[in-house]
Ligand binder design. Structure first.
Ligand SMILES: Nc1ncnc2c1ncn2[C@@H]1O[C@H](COP(=O)(O)OP(=O)(O)OP(=O)(O)O)[C@@H](O)[C@H]1O
Ligand SMILES: CCCCCCCCCCCCC/C=C/[C@@H](O)[C@H](CO)NC(=O)CCCCC
Ligand SMILES: [Ca+2]
Length: 504
């Protein structure tokens, strides 16, 4: 009876096999003293995902061999057929590389770490190295996107934002939807985006995979993972400004971004420099926020439960979304629902449609936010002392609850509007003041830190031109090659039904 041998005793679900290849096998047989004639061996290698600590994935391999050529061929054939049956895996990808993002390593990372894995998994790629900002976005309006199973961006959150705007914008254009209408029901984008992190913050990758690591992300793309994602649309006076998936921040994060743009040459360090400077400036801004609570979702921003792979709350929202689209044509109740209004002086107004976890803050700005529940968490940090604001910031880096302060409020919302007091008071006056230098203080109280100019909105790392905005969350508008953050469970794979071991 011919037997199959292997270099490793491993247990791998079919869904985690990257590729199967026929191999040349030279088993060095140690013989005691005399030369021994060896029968020709036939072999194949199985490349599979090995899960390491902290959500890191690596490509590992195991070689199987036997003397019977027919048996060996039967095995390779059977495994390849099983891989062919994994229908969610991409075969053709469009790749955009930003050579200047983060530490300017995008091209090297792609060529050395990602391209060899794509080629091993028989994925064909069209690669575009961007030559200027908006190159990827504009290109997505021109190419035949429908021939691809996905679009990959190599860069940071800014590069992802470009690709997302290109894809969502293209989908709306092709469906005749006017993006300037803040109430429009946008068409979902089913072409998945893969993120190979090579930027400064990489918040979207970290929050959807659990780590910012190019090889891990490449493997999620190869396995054909799919993670739906909420997208917020931002409008001003019936004009579309931008989409956001991570942070929409006014005050603290807007000011950091504005200052850091001038320091791009510093690379990722610019955020630490500008963060420190902005913290010391301690500006607060007056304005009015009106929001509609997200009543459709069961979670709350103060939950202890986190959004993890297969999240129940996101699944419920997905069901609701499917029901809604069945009933399309029936009137949206949004307009009839009650608006809550809050006026005040704020150091920061942050709206996050995901946790915004990143290496700087592994639990993120709102640890219990969901990736795909159709809501955003609106965090209001009111005027407080520098010391209290520092305590608030530090809690982003430890286990303490950052919402447990009397000057911090958090609401789960489906839409909101913001108007600064300055623009409410006197539009023309704002124009005059705006011409003066940024950061001027109230003349009556030079030490009070209330700013007589507006802050800027930070929209996923890019500034918006308007301070008055209207924001609406679009549930699961797009999809990523990811699966959300997996619960830490070492023997997960051991419960899979379809494993090589079972086949053996
Ligand atoms: N070839 C290019 N030259 C100049 N800018 C580019 C080019 N390609 C893309 N960009 C722009 O660079 C901006 C920043 O890119 P990216 O997000 O990759 O890096 P980052 O800003 O360092 O990272 P993060 O967004 O994570 O902070 C993007 O908004 C994108 O529009
Ligand atoms: C004394 C220690 C205090 C430490 C406080 C740490 C708090 C860190 C929270 C980080 C939140 C990041 C939110 C993500 C925003 C991204 O969409 C955006 C684009 O990449 N990045 C920034 O705007 C860059 C924003 C950079 C912020 C530092
Ligand atoms: Ca959400």
């Amino acid at each position: 009876m011919p037997q199959l041998h292997s270099t490793e005793n491993c247990f791998v679900p079919i869904s985690e096999i990257i590729a199967v290849e026929e191999t040349e096998f030279n088993k060095k047989q140690r013989n005691i003293g005399r030369w021994q004639k060896m029968a020709k061996l036939h072999a194949f290698t199985v490349y599979y995902v090995k899960k390491a600590r902290n959500h890191r994935w690596r490509c590992s391999d195991a070689t199987f061999w036997c003397e019977d050529e027919h048996l060996c061929n039967q095995w390779t054939q059977a495994l390849k057929e099983l891989l062919e049956m994994q229908k969610s895996r991409p075969k053709q990808l469009l790749v955009y590389i930003n050579p200047y993002g983060g530490k300017r390593q995008g091209k090297r990372i792609y060529e050395q770490k990602v391209a060899p894995l794509f080629s091993l998994a028989s994925i064909s790629t069209d690669v575009v190295i961007t030559e200027h900002a908006n190159h990827a976005k504009d290109n997505l309006f021109e190419v035949n996107i429908y021939k691809y199973d996905g679009v990959v961006c190599v860069g940071g959150d800014g590069m992802f934002s470009e690709v997302m705007h290109g894809l969502i914008g293209r989908m709306q254009k092709d469906s005749g939807i006017d993006q300037n209408n803040p109430k429009a029901s946008l068409v979902q984008c089913n072409i998945r985006i893969g993120i190979i992190p090579a930027g400064s913050t990489d918040c979207i990758c970290y929050s959807t995979v659990g780590i910012s690591d190019p090889v891990t992300s490449a493997l999620h793309i190869i396995l054909g993972d799919c993670q739906p994602l909420d997208v917020s649309s931002v409008h001003h006076n019936n004009t579309f400004l931008k989409y956001s998936v991570s942070l929409l921040g006014y005050g603290f994060y807007g000011d950091i971004l504005k200052d850091s743009e001038k320091k791009r040459w510093m690379g990722p360090m610019r955020y630490d420099y500008s963060g420190f400077k902005t913290f010391l400036s301690h500006h607060y801004y007056e304005g009015t926020i009106a929001y509609q609570p997200a009543k459709h979702t069961h979670g709350s921003p103060r939950d202890k439960e986190r959004c993890r792979t297969g999240c129940y709350i996101c699944k419920q929202s997905e069901k609701q979304l499917a029901e809604q689209s069945k009933e399309r044509g029936l009137k949206h109740e949004e307009g009839e629902e009650e608006w809550k209004v809050i006026k005040g002086k704020f150091l920061a107004i942050n709206a996050v449609s995901m946790s915004c976890a990143c290496p700087r803050s592994p639990k993120g700005l709102s640890p219990a936010a969901h990736l795909a529940d159709g809501s955003a968490d609106l965090i209001l940090v009111r005027k407080c002392s520098r010391f209290d604001f520092l305590r608030y910031l530090v809690r982003h880096t430890n286990q303490d609850d950052q919402f447990d302060f009397p000057f911090v409020d958090v609401y789960r919302v489906k839409c909101f509007q913001f108007t600064s007091k300055l623009s409410e008071d006197n539009e023309s006056n704002v124009m005059d003041i705006g011409k003066k230098r940024f950061g001027q203080f109230c003349r009556d109280h030079p030490a009070c830190c209330c700013s007589i100019v507006n802050s800027t909105w930070n929209c996923d790392g890019e500034t918006l031109d308007s301070s008055a905005v209207e924001v609406r969350v679009h549930c699961q508008l797009m999809k990523l090659f990811a699966r959300g953050i997996e619960e830490d469970c070492k023997d997960e794979a051991a419960h899979s039904q379809s494993s090589i071991e079972q086949l053996l």
